[in-house]
Design a protein around this ligand. Structure first.
Ligand code: 5CA
Length: 439
């Protein structure tokens, strides 16, 4: 993509309404534009990151055996009357009426909708287990939308729903999502710590919040320092095996949100405990028959007995993750994207497009990198070098290739690593070789 043609409305000044780094940097880097409180449009650069995050989430859901569907954003009130949540859910739920005066709502979550789908077509124990998920916009009329996409009113969530015959099966489904979550966040370079949590309006008694430690997090959390050194990607997770021993092993290390933490019963004394703030990027719930029983989602066993389906639900804040990723990856100059979610792998800067040799070398490199499948954002504009460097650092592409008049004369390119600042000068061929090798 040529920057001269790209829609990238960067801002030089810090927007006054933004209190945290991620919100500030998303606005400044032209990733989002506010529509109204807690509601945003995603501009090209932001949307690319959102799609990258979505892709990792999808791959790990699929790998764990969940199947993707797509449910609507607008749901009928009747379904929520069946579960009792039409009355119970507070003002966060946006209730609306259609032209026939029928009551509807903009979904804050989809337990009822998915239970309706399953009860209509799953009748026999032989049809279970199933896990269905979708990645869809939600609306919650939050009292205090803030921190940009981190606490929005309209936000993108991945929500999965598991359906099992008995508690043992349901726990296995829960465990699969538990490890899928650890893998998902780790692939984005995030250490999300699972913490025993309250279940709130979703219900049930087993729940974990997956929390990324960050000063700007909304919750206070407590955990064993060993959590800071764990790496799930180094262990093989076989979803077909019994995951309970692995689950026990992973949850043996202490971690709790302030709602669950009790200094009196904590296994670690205060001086051995990490006390920090954290961002909740996902939450898992096991709630048994809370929805299936009142909504009549039953299956028939071999002996003819009819029983309610055991259920769990599993959410990931896809749009919140974009903010959380920036909170974890930035410096005073801007964002530093981890490779796996970067909107482009490389920023190519032509320092002097008016110089024919410089331009020819940059164009040559651009064409060859595209042909090698590297996603490149090519700054081909007539701008000062300072402005170009500032923009590239702000938008945070992991690597930069810089072509200047001096290097061009020698057919050499400078490579810069955005995170470490390390620079090296290479021949055009060597640079292409290095860059094309990158995932
Ligand atoms: N039905 C369940 C699981 S599918 C559910 O709704 N869980 S939740 O309420 O915990 O939401 C799932 C995830 O969505 C949260 O962990 C959080 O990362 C994200 N989320 C929740 N509220 C917001 C919000 N206002 N803005 C951005 N992300 C949010």
């Amino acid at each position: 993509m040529r920057l001269s043609q790209y829609f990238l409305p960067v801002m030089r000044e810090n927007p006054s309404e933004a209190q945290v780094a991620s919100h500030r940097l998303m606005l400044r880097a032209g990733m989002i534009r506010q529509s109204s409180a807690g509601i945003y449009s995603w501009l090209p650069l932001g949307l690319r990151v959102l799609k990258r995050v979505e892709r990792i989430v999808r791959e790990e859901q699929d790998r764990a055996g969940a199947q993707e569907i797509l449910m609507p954003t607008i749901q009928p009130a009747e379904l929520w009357r069946e579960s009792g949540r039409w009355e119970d859910y507070g003002k966060e739920m946006l209730r609306i009426r259609d032209r026939h005066d029928r009551e509807m709502l903009y979904g804050p979550t989809n337990e009822e909708q998915v239970t309706e789908i399953v009860r209509a077509s799953i009748k026999s124990y032989r049809d279970l287990p199933k896990n269905l998920y979708h990645i869809q916009w939600k609306f919650r009329d939050e009292l205090r939308p803030r921190f940009g996409v981190m606490r929005g009113r309209e936000f993108l969530m991945k929500d999965a729903y598991s359906f099992d015959l008995d508690q043992k099966g349901a726990k296995h489904s829960y465990n699969k999502m538990f490890f899928a979550y650890l893998r998902t966040f780790a692939r984005m370079g995030l250490n999300a710590i699972p913490m025993r949590a309250e279940t709130g309006p979703i219900g049930g008694d087993l729940s974990h919040e997956f929390i990324v430690l960050s000063e700007t997090g909304e919750s206070e959390v407590f955990c064993d320092p060993l959590w800071l050194e764990t790496d799930i990607l180094s262990s093989e997770v076989d979803y077909a095996s019994d995951l309970e021993p692995l689950f026990r092993q992973w949850t043996a290390l202490y971690a709790a949100t302030d709602e669950k933490h009790d200094p009196a019963t904590s296994p670690l004394p205060p001086d051995k405990l990490v006390t920090a703030r954290g961002i909740e990027v996902g939450q898992t719930f096991y709630f048994g028959t809370k929805y299936s029983r009142p909504m009549g989602a039953f299956v028939t066993l071999a002996d003819g007995e009819s029983i309610p389906i055991e259920m769990g639900s599993y959410g990931i804040g896809v749009s919140r993750l974009v903010g959380a990723l920036i909170e974890a990856n930035h410096d005073e100059d801007g964002i530093i994207w981890p490779q796996s979610v970067a909107p482009f792998a490389l920023g190519l800067i032509d320092l002097r497009p008016s110089d024919a040799r410089c331009r020819a070398l940059a164009e040559d490199l651009y064409g060859k990198l595209l042909a090698a499948g590297v996603e490149v954002l090519y700054d081909d504009r007539e701008e000062s070098p300072g402005a170009k460097f500032a923009t590239m650092d702000l938008i945070g592409l992991p690597r930069q290739a810089i072509v200047g008049p001096r290097g061009a004369a020698a057919e050499r390119v400078e490579l810069k690593d955005r995170r470490t600042g390390a620079r090296s000068e290479l021949s055009l061929e060597a640079a292409i070789g290095q860059l094309a090798l990158r995932p």
